[in-house]
Design a protein around this ligand. Structure first.
Ligand code: F6R
Length: 587
């Protein structure tokens, strides 16, 4: 969602910021803006739409802030784009999050004579700072304004009479980067500043930072000074670039063999530890949103079949309504690529209050989830910049497979499966196999619907495959448990309706083939995905027989089909599907 990027240094601030904002584009946005400190006033540039090849005409400056906005309060207009200026045009504010009490604050400020020029919640922050500046310095004014905000917010402010950037956060992420030659950066995520530095400080909730000649960190609400802790990022800049690939999505799909091998070879210790926690817990609850929720759902089948262990599953946004029975003995396993998804972060906060232990599976080092968890497994899938999740999902499933095998005390078997899966993924990514997928994508490109069925762990695979197609190719797709079709959805099947059938070589095979027969009898075009051919299939995309890890190859095929369908359907940018944001930090 919204992206924040601030810079202090000897280079031309607006150029560094524009480039930084481009690196944050993947988070999703619909308008953008930059403010730099001119002399003597602030100078602002705001636009609706994508940055594209835009250049800013702002004057040279050594300090400035930038923002990409994903609209929440108020439409996508230039006036609503950030920064927002106060009545005197001396203060510029950018913000990520939602100011829950903005209406009350706005009414009070209007009574005091402030004039608003946007429909945003953000603008109240600017006027609050303006009001405070009548009696206080810049830092105290930002602090006291921030303390009045309700909700989960990250705020960054610039003042015409100061050469400092001040930021405060509670909920939404902010990372400070320490560059060469006293350069300082601040951004909503580390991928934005990786080009400049790997030395970072992750801002904690209820902290405020002043970036100037040096970095000063304070706790909120009182403003007690605290010592900053520096971390070194493990990602490389190249990992966050497209390289030879046309889209991040394809690049990230191609990184999956490496992701699998890394987990197979290096995660013995961490997955054993997680298995131990699950074993000891009195109730384990896995949760995630979207794609990550399908990894969690797959987890329930994996732990049942491999380790004979019951684990519960919930999508993140529903978990808070089920938390009444959590106790100190419960274990909650949030699964998330970004580690910032609000619908996961929020219930985790509540679970912690009840004393439950949190064991997170997360991709982003230093993310909110990473910092909140008692135990964490970092997925090490590298930066995922396509909005559509691919390699992070494969990494989540791989970690769950290895953990389930560790719990069953058969970890070697889990490792071997993952290495075999990596080999199969490499085979599928070869040209001759890709041609089959491209041909099928061409055949399906004008379809109205696609249905995907699976049973057992393949039910989770079916859900994820359908989501990939929906968001990447904007083709309506639905995933179902094979047995459910007869209970309603089969009414939608017509002559030629494409149906993907996830058919691994396991106890679900015969039943899902029967479901395929039922679909075929109503005219469906059946596309089988799995190791074993069957006469019912009109098209067949073969995977190796990888037991539980067959899901990995099935999902790879679905990812590729979704990508090539997007190209066949001339979708503008498969890396950034319309209306979506990479990191969903608002409810
Ligand atoms: C789909 C997708 C989303 C995310 C979901 C959770 O391709 O990317 O469904 O999986 O928004 O995000 P994280 O994993 O960052 O918590």
């Amino acid at each position: 969602m919204c992206g924040i990027f601030g810079y202090i240094g000897k280079k031309n601030a607006s150029e560094v910021i524009l480039e930084g904002l481009k690196r944050l584009e993947y988070r999703g946005y619909d308008s953008w803006g930059i403010a730099v400190k001119g002399s003597p006033n602030l100078v602002v540039d705001k636009h609706v739409g994508k940055i594209g090849s835009a250049k800013t005409e702002l004057p040279k400056s050594t300090v400035g802030i930038g923002h990409t906005r994903w609209a929440t309060h108020g439409g996508v207009t230039e006036a609503n784009a950030h920064p927002h200026l106060d009545c005197t045009k001396q203060v510029a504010v950018m913000h990520n999050g939602i100011v829950e009490n903005f209406q009350t604050l706005k009414a009070e400020l209007i009574k005091k004579g402030h004039k608003f020029s946007s429909e945003t919640d953000t603008e109240v922050i600017t006027h609050l700072i303006e009001e405070n500046l009548k009696t206080k310095g810049f830092a105290s004014s930002v602090r006291d304004a921030f303390n009045k905000l309700k909700g989960l917010n990250a705020v960054i402010a610039l003042y015409a009479k100061s050469s400092e950037i001040i930021a405060a956060k509670n909920g939404s992420p902010l990372v400070v980067g320490l560059g060469k030659n006293d350069e300082l950066f601040i951004a909503s995520d580390a991928a934005g500043i990786l080009k400049h530095t790997k030395k970072v400080i992750f801002l904690e909730d209820s902290q405020m930072v002043i970036l100037g000649k040096q970095i000063k960190l304070f706790s909120l609400p009182n403003g007690q000074p605290i010592q900053p802790r520096t971390h070194t990022l493990t990602w490389t800049f190249e990992e966050a670039e497209k390289g030879k690939f046309k889209h991040f999505l394809l690049k990230e799909i191609y990184e999956q063999p490496h992701v699998l091998e890394n987990i197979a070879l290096n995660y013995d210790g961490s997955t054993k530890e997680l298995a131990g926690l699950i074993d000891k817990a009195f109730g384990t609850f896995m949760l995630g949103c979207g794609t990550a929720s399908y990894a969690a759902l797959a987890g329930t089948y994996l732990f049942s079949s491999i380790a004979k262990k019951h684990v519960n599953f919930s999508i993140g946004s529903e978990f808070k309504y089920q938390e009444d029975y959590l106790t100190k003995k419960s274990l909650v396993v949030p699964i998330s690529q970004s580690g910032e998804t609000i619908d996961v972060i929020e219930p985790i906060g509540q679970a912690k209050k009840k004393g439950a232990k949190i064991a997170a599976i997360v991709n982003v080092l230093g993310s909110t989830l990473y910092r909140q968890a008692d135990f964490k497994i970092l997925l090490e899938a590298g930066p995922e910049k396509a909005v559509v999740a691919t390699k992070s999902f494969i990494a989540m499933v791989a970690v769950l497979i290895l953990t389930a095998y560790a719990l069953a005390k058969k970890q070697m078997m889990g490792k071997e499966l993952l290495l075999k899966a990596a080999e199969n993924v490499k085979q599928i990514l070869k040209q001759n196999y890709l041609q089959e997928i491209i041909k099928l994508a061409d055949q399906l490109r004008n379809s109205e619907h696609v249905f995907v069925i699976g049973r057992g762990i393949s039910y989770a695979a079916a859900m994820e495959a359908a989501l990939k197609m929906k968001e990447t190719s904007l083709l309506h797709a639905e995933g179902f448990a094979g047995g459910e079709l007869k209970h309603g959805v089969i009414a939608l099947i017509e002559k030629g309706t494409p149906c993907l059938v996830m058919a691994p070589h396991d106890e679900t095979y015969d039943d899902v083939i029967s479901n395929a027969q039922e679909l075929k009898a109503r005219g469906a075009f059946i596309i089988g995905i799995g190791p074993k051919a069957n006469k019912v299939f009109d098209a067949f995309l073969q995977t190796a027989d990888l037991k539980e890890a067959t899901m990995i190859s099935q999902i790879l095929i679905a990812q590729l089909l979704a990508y090539y369908l997007a190209l066949a359907r001339k979708i503008e940018d498969p890396d950034k599907p319309r209306n979506l944001a990479k990191s969903v930090t608002v409810k």
